[in-house]
Write a protein that binds this ligand. Structure first.
Ligand code: FAD
Length: 418
């Protein structure tokens, strides 16, 4: 039955366009890491991305700071694909550029670098989003990932406690993609939401625009955002506030951010009345910090810093201060209602107290690698349920691929006060 408030869409048959061992939804940092980790282990992988490029916020949002992969006390805490992706982001950079804020790997973090310097210099870089976008695409193709651009995940098909198909839409229409394992790296937990997982949404996002401008022929980066609360609540932030799981609010947030950009650009023009100032490469994706996340069996929280878990599959530092290290357990990455679903990136299961830390690029990469490796291992051993995966074997596999899974790195060292 239809009325003027609702319409009924007729049921239709969908063609199953392809079948993969691992279906990754979302091609940001987490999705790229997950897809490469799985493909390198010899399983078939596709990556569904609604935009026409990889990198998500990091590239299309101009978020050009690869935050630290160390603990701020001289120890590296993210290795493996995380470090590889950090180095890839500045691979084509010949030299630092202060105005455009491009910065290569600090010398002390090159092999054999000085530990005393490492204690004072964090292991981070500032990349050029354009060259990173190109490098990421090449990197995924070399790993053998099937890239499905301009393809939005719209629905899922479930059977019992397992997902069987991702339903997507692209220029060919509405299609089904069959898979054994499904990884949600949409940043917004779209796959979890569609698959009936419990999720939580924040409505405390503020307008923001990181954009480049050209001043007298030289490139400059202008990072700009309304102040937000590091607790990810409205308190202390400067509205208007937006949630990222509401179509109308997404458009309002984008429009507000562009208005902010125009104001910033005009301000820069006024500061340089005798120069030519041109905006360059504005963000082309909605720049939400924290939207919707999985509520898993376990949610990582601030109180878990320096705590090792038996099922730890990733470590991460705190970009905001030196000292704290968090171990991320497999339980925080697995779906609850769907036993072949895992989540990585800014939408895995955390609580609000720590979200501002775990949404950063290093954590997205290291959780992406963990779920990609986990899904590949499950395929290889013929498992069907990710929560029951022999995690000891996954941990060993991650270590064999240069992952840093060392309980001693998590132990409390001297930290800066909170
Ligand atoms: C203003 C701002 C400044 C920031 N500054 C920094 C910083 O300096 N350093 C730092 O480390 N982090 C920073 N962050 C955070 C960081 O950039 C992101 O949290 C991180 O890049 C998220 O990576 P991700 O892969 O989890 O998600 P995303 O980057 O959001 O990627 C998700 C991908 O999935 C795609 N997708 C979404 N839904 C669907 C769907 N239904 N179907 C198909 N594809 C879909 C998207 O198009 C996107 O490509 C900042 C964030 C913001 C907003």
């Amino acid at each position: 039955m239809s009325d003027d408030k609702t319409i009924r869409e007729p049921a239709r048959n969908l063609s199953v366009a392809a079948q993969y061992d691992v279906v990754v939804a979302g091609g940001g940092i987490a999705g790229a890491a997950a897809a490469v980790a799985a493909a390198r282990r010899g399983v078939s992988v596709c990556l569904l991305e609604k935009e026409s490029a990889l990198g998500g916020l990091a590239t299309l949002g101009n978020v050009t700071v690869w935050l630290p992969i160390c603990d701020g006390m001289g120890h590296q805490v993210v290795g493996g694909i995380g470090e590889e992706m950090l180095r890839l982001s500045v691979r084509d950079l010949e030299q630092d550029n202060r105005e455009a804020r491009f910065a290569k790997v600090p010398a002390c973090w090159e092999p054999g670098g000085d530990f005393e310097h490492r204690k004072k210099t964090r292991f981070r870089v500032n990349f050029n989003p354009g060259s990173y976008l190109l490098a990421l695409e090449e990197w995924l193709q070399e790993a053998g990932v099937s890239l499905w651009y301009d393809t939005r995940l719209c629905a899922v098909r479930r059977q019992g406690e397992h997902l069987t198909h991702a339903i997507v839409e692209n220029k060919s229409g509405r299609l089904a993609v069959a898979g054994k394992f499904f990884l949600d790296t949409t940043g917004d937990a779209d796959l979890c939401h569609l698959a009936g997982e419990q999720t939580e949404t924040l409505d405390s996002n503020v307008v923001c625009s990181w954009f480049y401008y050209v001043l007298d022929g030289r490139l400059h980066l202008q990072p700009f955002s309304n102040p937000y609360s590091p607790q990810m609540t409205r308190a202390g932030g400067v509205g208007p506030f937006f949630r990222g799981d509401d179509g109308e609010q997404v458009s309002q947030m984008i429009l507000g951010s562009r208005e902010l950009l125009r104001r910033q650009w005009r301000r820069i023009q006024q500061q340089h009345p005798d120069s030519e100032v041109q905006p360059f490469a504005p963000p082309t994706i909605a720049c939400f910090r924290a939207t919707r996340r999985l509520v898993g069996r376990f949610s990582l929280a601030r109180q878990h810093r320096h705590q090792w878990f038996e099922d730890t599959v990733a470590l991460t530092g705190d970009w905001r201060r030196c000292g704290p290290v968090y171990a991320i357990p497999w339980r925080a990455l697995c779906g609850v209602r769907n036993r072949n679903l895992a989540v990585a990136g800014r939408c895995f299961s955390v609580d609000t107290s720590i979200w501002d830390c775990t949404r950063a690029i290093p954590t997205c990469a290291v959780t992406g690698e963990a779920v990609g490796a986990g899904a590949a291992l499950a395929t290889i051993v013929g498992a069907t349920d990710l929560p029951d995966l022999p995690v000891g074997r996954l941990q060993q596999d991650l270590r064999d691929h240069d992952g840093i899974l060392d309980p001693r790195r998590v132990t409390k060292a001297d930290s800066q006060p909170d």
